[in-house]
Design a protein around this ligand. Structure first.
Ligand code: PPS
Length: 284
């Protein structure tokens, strides 16, 4: 296997596999967002693909055949990746798009568009645990080292897509805009049906109670785990014998990985960095 490396674009680390400076430049400066675009935005490992499954199901009235027959990066391409940008450019509107980009690298055309943003956020400690395991088998990601070493890198923003704190702070600034919808992984877990109803409302899509039930059933962890179009088993550059993308799908797994001292250190930095954010998350 080739040595895993990142390059840096405007201060943000990104994998050399699947990404290129020229694509990032085009995405930021040339890509035209359309008023009817629906963009899922998240920091990696926050429940992005869960949201894509939910959106694909909502858009097809709960019928799972679309998400079972179309791979997730075709359903909702990542606009900052080399292949994703090309798919997005050929996508007939209305488009579902995805990105992990921090706000400052998002397409500038957003300023003049009414495109809808769904921002998915997750307890950063669970993001750490999820990334730590994902990096063991995803060849695009750098080796994490020990949990202690990875934690320091994460807290310093020295990881892929940069600082979690800056990502959240950058995007949360949009929280009062009518085309911005904030939802957490934890809310999806606590009340998936209610969350789906809220997402439908935001998208202006009405579903009857049977259709809602079908979305909830088909977006469950187990159903997604069995869906090869969503469970990453068809994605290249991954050694699936070393781990699974659909790993645990729970909240609080960080407790199995952090020491008490690591958790306290994390809390200290978290409070310092997110002071005055004006938003309370389910894990706060
Ligand atoms: S990525 O690689 O950045 O796009 O990953 P992302 O999709 O953002 O996040 C992956 C984590 O989401 C979990 N997941 C789910 N949890 C509950 N229910 C469903 N349906 C679901 N689908 C995905 C997935 O298991 C990863 O979390 P961990 O903690 O590693 O299990």
């Amino acid at each position: 296997m080739a040595k895993r490396t990142y390059f840096t674009y405007k201060g943000i680390h990104l994998p050399t596999i699947g990404y290129a400076e020229e694509t990032l430049r085009r995405t930021e400066n040339e890509f035209q967002l359309l008023d009817d675009d629906m963009v899922t935005v998240s920091y990696p490992k926050s429940g992005t693909n869960w949201m894509l499954e939910i959106l694909g199901l909502i858009w097809h009235d709960g019928d799972p055949s679309y998400v079972q027959n179309t791979i997730m990066f075709e359903r909702s391409p990542w606009i900052e990746t080399v292949d994703g940008l090309e798919i997005a450019l050929k996508y007939p509107p209305p488009r579902f798009l995805t990105t992990h980009l921090p706000f400052q690298l998002f397409p500038k055309s957003f300023q003049h568009s009414k495109s809808k943003i769904i921002y998915v956020v997750r307890n950063p400690k669970d993001v750490v645990a999820s990334h730590y395991h994902f990096a063991k088998f995803c060849d695009a990601l750098e080796e994490t080292g020990t949990m202690e070493e990875f934690l320091e890198k994460f807290l310093n923003g020295n990881v892929v897509y940069g600082s979690w704190f800056d990502h959240v702070k950058g995007w949360i600034k949009l929280k009062d805009r009518p085309n911005f919808f904030l939802i957490s992984y934890e809310e999806l877990q606590q009340d998936l049906r209610g969350s789906v109803e809220r997402i439908c409302h935001f998208l202006g899509k009405e579903l009857d109670s049977h259709q809602l039930d079908a979305v909830v059933k088909n977006a469950s962890f187990q159903t997604m785990k069995d869906n090869k179009m969503s469970n990453f088993s068809l994605i290249p550059n991954m050694d699936h014998s070393r781990g699974k993308f659909m790993r645990k799908g729970i909240s609080g797994d960080w407790k199995n990985h952090f020491t008490v001292a690591q958790s306290e250190h994390f809390d200290h930095i978290y409070q310092e960095k997110l002071q005055g954010l004006g938003v309370t998350f389910p894990w706060d």
